[in-house]
Design a protein around this ligand. Structure first.
Ligand code: IDP
Ligand code: MG
Length: 155
């Protein structure tokens, strides 16, 4: 295991679920060497959506965002690894898929700002990862385990 493992919250949004991209997205994190420690396929309710996106309340896109994120099931996950929050954000690309580099999740799998396939905790927002994990998961739903390839993944 990494000397300094970190957990981050990731969610395949309703558009990613509807478009059959859950497996593709999980595969990218597995291939990178991150470890899945929690997963939940759920339809989130309005209260949870408003909590989760609380920082955007009052912005012009807030209503549409809440409407969208509650419009169908999402795949909520916790991924663990060295520098996980920042690495996941880098793999996701920019908020706008149109501005995201090829090779990133949003740059490969999306085209429109309001349908950007995936959410990941903001690494520039201190503690966002822990806050978001706690919103979606009880501690007992997170699994501590040691993947067999750890010894080959970290020096
Ligand atoms: P992030 O998902 O890259 O962290 P945030 O700025 O935290 O981006 O915005 C949260 C979500 O709100 C975005 O992923 C996107 O779905 C939506 N969003 C952000 N800005 C806009 C906008 O200007 N128009 C429409 N939707 C937006
Ligand atoms: Mg954000």
């Amino acid at each position: 295991m990494s000397e300094d493992p970190e957990r981050t919250f990731v969610m395949v949004k309703p558009d990613g679920v509807q478009r059959g991209l859950i497996g593709e997205i999980i595969g990218r994190f597995e291939d990178r060497g991150l470890t899945l420690v929690g997963a939940k396929f759920v339809r989130i309710d309005r209260d949870l959506a408003e909590d989760h996106y609380g920082e955007h309340e009052g912005k012009p896109f807030f209503e549409d965002l809440v409407e969208f994120i509650t419009s169908g099931p999402v795949m909520a996950m916790v991924w663990e690894g060295q520098d996980a929050t920042r690495q996941v954000r880098t793999m996701m690309g920019e908020t706008d898929p149109a501005e995201s580099a090829p090779g990133t999740i949003r740059g490969d799998l999306g085209l429109d700002l309001g349908r950007n396939v995936i959410h990941g905790s903001d690494h520039e927002d201190e503690g966002a990862n822990e806050r978001e994990i706690a919103l979606f998961f009880d501690e007992a739903e997170l699994v501590d385990w040691d993947p067999i390839d750890d010894a080959w993944l970290y020096e």
